[in-house]
Each structure stands twice: as structure tokens, then as C-alpha cells.
Design a binder for this molecule. Structure first.
Ligand SMILES: CC(C)(COP(=O)(O)OP(=O)(O)OC[C@H]1O[C@@H](n2cnc3c(N)ncnc32)[C@H](O)[C@@H]1OP(=O)(O)O)[C@@H](O)C(=O)NCCC(=O)NCCS
Length: 524
């Protein structure tokens, strides 16, 4: 690192904090052997060396997760196939704080420490983010404060193999597959399988076995069913998503979910599968109870989406409606580190139980800036009413400082791929709202471009979602819960991932109030 400052006197260097001797591996070794060594020596990575002890790669816990997610066998996979080759290295004389910034900037967790270069390079240690952080923490807050943008925009807070969103390209994926391609070609259960198991079911038998595992879990346990009428009818007004939050909490408590910290992976997976399976049933039961209708039991022959509509509306949906809702549900299962997913991970990082994590996530998703928008987008369509009113209505709203619901996104600065897919679905379903929706979309994009130049605001998932759900008979009040039902699968996948490689998530804040310590005044 040539541009690194010379350490000031008394400043700690990498050599002061690095670990020695380094746990190493050979490129031709199996990943299983290297992983065993990591576990035995309680380290998070091994440096891969050649015959001259030069660092030629690094294999980390992250690579193990990638390998597991790809369904590869660690006992036959070679270290050389999974390591990061030609790794970045750092010199031992570098200031620890400068090294900390570098690791943070690149997202590294470990970096080999070497002396010399080229053929004369010698591995002398390894330094971890954690070692360096201990040194950086001793500095006053101002010295360690990173320029963290408000709302944590663009800040990388974890590694994940669940999926990602590429905002500038308008692309997002679950594992290694485009989410839109999955929605167009696979049933929801396959995508659920993919997220939970890291790969798609390979055969119809595998798919059927997974569905058979889910089927009995869709039923509401009697002790939970007994309290649903009270939850559904408690308030003057009925917010189904809030009722779901209470019901899921009750469900976890009734089934005796234990802290993720205290249970093994199999138990947590079992909790996750049951919670995802029962959520649609809970939503429909709460909704029907509020209407003074009897809840409808899950239909054993119907898959997720068709069964959801059946339990809600009391009759088997058309194949067209079931397929449209299924596409919507698949497209909303996961979407990077959005607020509710992050919430679920933060709660899991404390070791709390799975219900605690997803109940928190439901709370986060309920906000109109996150999941609460689809019914508001449709409301906007109703208020505008006719095409000729669109431009003055939208212009006045933006000039007043209102947000147009169904437009804008933290990550997408181009068309939201979910919106494009759902627009096609909405178009194929037809209906009287579609022409108006397209006109409002075009006008809003033009008005936003004019009044909010450079913000790159386009339709997000919520705009056409409302139209699709409305067309398939889903009442507006159930739009956000429907989103929550599919996102439950994403949240649970993240809970499992967080629990498998956990560290308490505990950031810091910059104190900007009156300078302490002030004398505590007497009451007066
Ligand atoms: C989704 C959303 C919360 C993302 O917000 P964000 O990344 O924090 O964006 P910001 O709040 O920083 O907004 C940036 C600018 O664009 C404007 N903007 C963003 N979305 C807008 C919208 N839907 N209508 C009007 N203006 C909008 C903001 O007013 C702000 O303008 P300013 O620079 O003059 O202050 C935001 O676009 C929004 O509120 N959309 C409407 C609600 C919605 O559809 N939610 C569902 C999301 S899937």
C-alpha cells in the first residue's frame, strides 16, 4: 500500500495487532480439510500458500457459505477452486487505523500481512477487521466516524448469498437466478425451495416432497385459532397487517419457538418453514373473521397462490388469476437489504427467536415508505379518475411536496424490473384501470423529471402490484399483508443465514446534543 502514511510516534501498526503464526492451506487440499483447520484453530480464514510460502490466495468463511449455497461437496472441492486468488496484502508497518479504513472500504474481513514483494514476498501474519477495529475504537468518535450517508444508503452491512439488487441495471436476483426469470418459469414453491435449500428442486419428486412437508404446516394450530377472533375484532378499525403481526407473535409463542441462539439449524429451519406456510392462512382467517365469515381451511390440492385466493375468497380462483398473483408473490419474496429484511437480521443477531425477528420485520414493512404503498397507489388512480385530470393532479401533488405512491426507489434509478413484469401481467389481465394506469405512469415520470430533475424517479413494484391484485379480487386492505406473506419467505431465509454466521449487529451513532457532562439541575 504505497500511499499509506508513515505511522506517527506511538501509533499502533499492523504488526502490533496481527495474528501469528498464520493458519495456512495448500491449493490442492480439499475445502473440507481447510475448513476443519479453521474450526480447530478458531479462525475465519486460511491463507493459501505455494511451495515458497508466498500468499497466493485466501479462503474465508464467506467462501464456505458460497460453496454450500452452490450445493458443492466440500470433501471433494479443492481449495484452489474456491479461494480468492492473488489476494490484496498489507505491510506490517502500516498504521492500524489506515489498515482499518482499507479493510472497511473493500469489505475485507481478513488480509494477509506480507513483507517484501514478488519472489521475495514472505507471509508474516494475518490481520482481521476485528483486530483493527479494537485499535480504531480507542480513537475518539470523530476520528473513527465514517461518512455514513443518512438512511445508510449504499452502506454494505453483511455478506449474503440470498440475492442482490443492481439498482443501476434494473436487475435483481435470488441466489444465482434472475428473480423475474424465476417468476416466469417456476412455481412459488420451487423458489421457496431455492431460498431455503440454496438450489432449485431438480425433479418433480423433490418438488412434491417439499410441498408435502409444507401442506400440514398451513393449518392454524387450534390454540392459535382460538384467539384469532379476538385479534381480528379487537379494534374500532381493522388493519389486517397489524393483526397479522399479533397473530404471528402468538403463533411463535404457542409453538414454543426458542431463541435462535439456543437452537440448532434444523430447529430454526423447522420454525421458518412452518411460519412461512401458516402466514397466508392467518391472513385469510383474520380477514374473514373480521367480515364475520368463517375461516376457510387450506385446500389440500391447491398450491400456494391458488390456495391463498381460495382461503380468502371462498372459491377456487381461475388459473389466470392464480398465475398472476403467483408472479407477484414470487417477485416480492426478497429484495436485498431493505428495511424489513435488515430488521429481521438485526433481531436475529441478538439471538432472539424466529417469531421475534419476523414480527419486527412485519412492523417495518407496514410503513408506507416500504410495503404500505400498493393500496395508496390505487387510491391515487381513483382520485385522479380520468386521463385529462392526471397532469394537473400529479403536478399539484409534487409541487405541494407530496410523494407519488408507487414511484421512486432507494436502489433503482431506472425502471424497477418488478414493475415492468407486473405491468405485463396487469396488461394481460385487462380491465378498465389499465389505460388510465399507463397514462398516469407516463405523465408522472414526465412531471417528476421536470419538477425533481436528476432524481430518476420511475414506477416501483407497488404501482402495478395494486392493479394486478385488484383485478384478481384481493381486497385493498390485504395488499400489504399479501406482500408480507411472500416476503416472509425472504425474511426467514435471512434469519437462517444470519443465525448460521452470527455476530451482534450493534452500530454507533454520532452524539450531536449539548456537550456532556452538565450538572444535573434540581427540579424547580
Ligand atoms: C421509496 C422511497 C421511500 C425512496 O426514498 P429515498 O431513496 O429515501 O429518496 P429520497 O427521500 O431521498 O428522495 C429523493 C428525492 O426524490 C423525491 N422523491 C422520491 N420519491 C418520490 C415520489 N414518489 N414522489 C415525489 N418525489 C419523490 C424526494 O422528494 C426527494 O426530493 P428532494 O431531493 O427535492 O428532497 C421514495 O421514493 C418514496 O417515498 N416513494 C413513494 C412511496 C412508495 O412508493 N413506496 C414503495 C417503495 S417499494
Amino acid at each position: 500500500m504505497p500511499d499509506t502514511p508513515i505511522p506517527a510516534p506511538g501509533e499502533r501498526t499492523v504488526a502490533d495487532v496481527m495474528s501469528q503464526p498464520v493458519v495456512t492451506a495448500q491449493p490442492a487440499e480439499t475445502v473440507a480439510l481447510a475448513a476443519q483447520r479453521m474450526r480447530d484453530r478458531r479462525v475465519g480464514s486460511v491463507v493459501v500458500i505455494d511451495h515458497d510460502d508466498r500468499a497466493i490466495g485466501i479462503l474465508t468463511e464467506r467462501d464456505m457459505i458460497r460453496l454450500a449455497a452452490a450445493g458443492s461437496d466440500a470433501s471433494s472441492a479443492k481449495v484452489s477452486e474456491w479461494m480468492t486468488g492473488d489476494p490484496d496484502t498489507i505491510g506490517p508497518d502500516i498504521e492500524a487505523r489506515a489498515a482499518f479504513s482499507r479493510l472497511a472500504e473493500h469489505g475485507y474481513r481478513h488480509i494477509p500481512v506480507v513483507e517484501g514483494s514478488g519472489n521475495a514476498q514472505k507471509l508474516v501474519g494475518i490481520v482481521s477487521m476485528r483486530d483493527l477495529m479494537r485499535v480504531a475504537m480507542i480513537q475518539p468518535a470523530t476520528a473513527q466516524a465514517h461518512e455514513v450517508p443518512k438512511g445508510l444508503e449504499g452502506v454494505v452491512v453483511a455478506d449474503t448469498t440470498v440475492g442482490d439488487v443492481r439498482g443501476l441495471e434494473g436487475f435483481y436476483h435470488y441466489r444465482q437466478y434472475s428473480a423475474v426469470d424465476l417468476a416466469k418459469s417456476r412455481p412459488l414453491e420451487d423458489v421457496w425451495f431455492l431460498l431455503f435449500k440454496g438450489r432449485l428442486p431438480a425433479t418433480l419428486t423433490e418438488r412434491e416432497a417439499f410441498m408435502a412437508d409444507i401442506r400440514p404446516r398451513r393449518a392454524i394450530p387450534p390454540k392459535v385459532a382460538a384467539v384469532l377472533p379476538e385479534i381480528a375484532r379487537a379494534g374500532e378499525t381493522f388493519v389486517p397487517f397489524d393483526a397479522l403481526r399479533t397473530a404471528v407473535s402468538q403463533y411463535g409463542a404457542t409453538l414454543g419457538f426458542r431463541p435462535s441462539h439456543d437452537v440448532d439449524d434444523a430447529t430454526l429451519r423447522d420454525n421458518a418453514l412452518s411460519t412461512c406456510a401458516v402466514t397466508p392462512t392467518l391472513i385469510c382467517a383474520l380477514w374473514r373473521l373480521r367480515q364475520r365469515l368463517e375461516p376457510i381451511e387450506p385446500h389440500p390440492d391447491l398450491a400456494y397462490a391458488a390456495n391463498y385466493l381460495y382461503m380468502m375468497l371462498g372459491e377456487e380462483p381461475s388459473a389466470e388469476h392464480a398465475a398472476a398473483v403467483e408472479k407477484y408473490l414470487i417477485s416480492t419474496i426478497d429484495h436485498g437489504f431493505n428495511a424489513s429484511t435488515f430488521t429481521a437480521r438485526v433481531i436475529t443477531s441478538t439471538g432472539a427467536d424466529l417469531a421475534a425477528a419476523v414480527v419486527g420485520a412485519i412492523g417495518a414493512l407496514s410503513g408506507p415508505l416500504h410495503g404500505g404503498a400498493p393500496s395508496r397507489a390505487l387510491q391515487m388512480l381513483d382520485e385522479i379518475g380520468t386521463a385529462d385530470r392526471a397532469e394537473p393532479w400529479l403536478r399539484a401533488a409534487v409541487e405541494r411536496g407530496d410523494r407519488l405512491m408507487g414511484f421512486g426507489h432507494r436502489v433503482y434509478k431506472t425502471d424497477d424490473p418488478r414493475s415492468l413484469m407486473l405491468r405485463d401481467v396487469a396488461e394481460s389481465l385487462g380491465g378498465d384501470k389499465m389505460d388510465l394506469a399507463r397514462h398516469i405512469e407516463a405523465t408522472a415520470v414526465k412531471v417528476l423529471d421536470e419538477l425533481k430533475p436528476g432524481r430518476r424517479l420511475y414506477t416501483n413494484v407497488e404501482f402495478y402490484a395494486g392493479i394486478v391484485m385488484d383485478r384478481c379480487g384481493i381486497p385493498r386492505e390485504l395488499f400489504t399483508p399479501t406482500f408480507g406473506a411472500s416476503r416472509m419467505i425472504g425474511w426467514c431465509t435471512h434469519v437462517l443465514e444470519q443465525a448460521a454466521d452470527n455476530r451482534l449487529i450493534r452500530p454507533s451513532a454520532q452524539y450531536v446534543g449539548p456537550p456532556p457532562p452538565q450538572p444535573v439541575p434540581p427540579i424547580g
